[in-house]
Design a protein around this ligand. Structure first.
Ligand SMILES: Cc1ncc(COP(=O)(O)O)c(C=O)c1O
Length: 367
């Protein structure tokens, strides 16, 4: 009765962490949750006010292409941030955050029976979208010695689609622009689509990371952006896809079947968010403050922080997640993101600064 692809899937990894959290809370433990990457940062008042002001008496179905104001705002942001010129009418489509759009891409492209490749450890949705589209999955191990970048020699004519995600969840690794240039050349050679999940490009601490859209040949690049992490708006569900007109047109044709675009009041609040950088700089400063508290504690304990140059994550070698759990600290075991994550844990810097300070003290007390 149930689709076997779904029936064979393990529980979404974070369901298990939530169960642990509930168990600890029931036992009266004070929990500090570095598990799921859902920002606890407040959404800027300016954005919330824009949402309230946009709430109409009646909200009609939004159209799949979204409001022109939103498409213009996102194209303007891409131009300012990455220096790329994208046509808001033919190369952009708004999405409900990026998760559903990531899942949908494999349903829209002709990937059935062909290979969808992605690095691992990884965000789980690339694989799930590929499996539901009856594609063959090829995982490319992401290793420390290669900067957590995939080996492009593993790609061949069987590949229809590759997913890349930099800055990377869970490792926090950043890809240089040369990587995207090489990937675009490989895509040209083997005729595959590059899907670049860029959810974390705005959470950086050193230099702003590039976008795959900056590759000289972006004719096969589909980039996924979201306000979830940039503007701490996970619950609003607002993002967009930028890509070649043919693929964007296919998404616009597909989306009315499964949904459309975010509610128009969310779209209007999103316009305000994309047009402002002040609140994004403040968000980065808050994550930086948490890093400044936790990094010394982790290193003083003798654990090693690897990559972690951007994103809200610290990728750490050494901790035993169960030992931390006993002290009320929840982290994600690295293997949750794929076999190459073994030996690592991921700290998502979502607890408050005070909680991070408390966690630093607890780590300092571990023997
Ligand atoms: C790598 C990556 N991509 C995409 C997403 C999706 O975020 P959203 O659907 O909220 O835009 C997440 C969320 O955690 C993520 O970690």
């Amino acid at each position: 009765m149930i689709n076997p692809v779904l029936a064979e899937m393990a529980a979404y990894p974070f369901v298990r962490l939530e169960e642990e959290r509930q168990r600890l809370l029931a036992a009266g433990v004070e929990v500090i949750d570095f598990g799921k990457g859902d920002p606890n940062e407040p959404t800027d008042p300016m954005i919330r006010e824009a949402l309230v002001d946009a709430l109409p008496e009646r909200a009609p179905y939004p159209l799949a292409q979204g409001l022109p104001e939103l498409r213009d705002a996102t194209a303007g942001w891409l131009e300012r941030r990455f220096g790329v010129s994208i046509d808001p009418d033919t190369e952009i489509v708004p999405t409900y955050g990026s998760k559903e759009a990531i899942f949908s891409l494999a349903q829209v492209l002709d990937v059935g029976g062909q290979v969808v490749a992605f690095g691992e450890p990884a965000y789980p949705v690339y694989e799930r979208g590929a499996l539901f589209a009856r594609a063959e999955v090829r995982t490319l191990p992401l290793r420390r010695e290669s900067g957590f970048l995939p080996d492009l020699d593993e790609l061949d004519d069987d590949v229809a689609l590759i997913w890349v995600n930099y800055p990377h969840n869970p490792t926090g690794a950043v890809a240089p622009l040369e990587f995207y240039e090489e990937l675009a050349e490989a895509a040209e050679r083997h005729n595959f689509v590059i899907a670049s999940d860029e959810a974390y490009t705005e959470l950086w601490f050193d230099a702003p990371p590039p976008s795959a859209l900056q590759a000289v040949d972006r004719s096969r690049v589909v980039a996924f952006h979201t306000l979830s992490k940039r503007s701490s708006m996970t619950g609003y569900r607002s993002g967009f896809v930028a890509g070649p007109p043919e693929i964007v047109a296919a998404l616009k044709a597909y989306r009315p079947t499964v949904g459309t675009a975010p509610q128009e009041f969310v779209q209007r609040a999103s316009v305000v968010a994309w047009n402002d950088e002040r609140h994004v700089a403040e968000t980065r400063a808050r994550y930086r403050a948490k890093r400044d508290v936790l990094i010394p504690a982790i290193e003083a304990h003798g654990w090693e922080i690897v990559a972690s140059d951007a994103t809200m994550y610290l990728w750490v070698v050494g901790p035993d997640p169960n030992e931390l759990l006993e002290r009320g600290i929840i982290v994600s075991p690295g293997e949750m993101f794929g076999p190459s994550g073994e030996g690592y844990v991921r700290f998502a810097l979502v607890p408050t600064l005070e909680e991070c300070e408390r966690a630093a003290t607890i780590i300092g007390e571990l023997t």
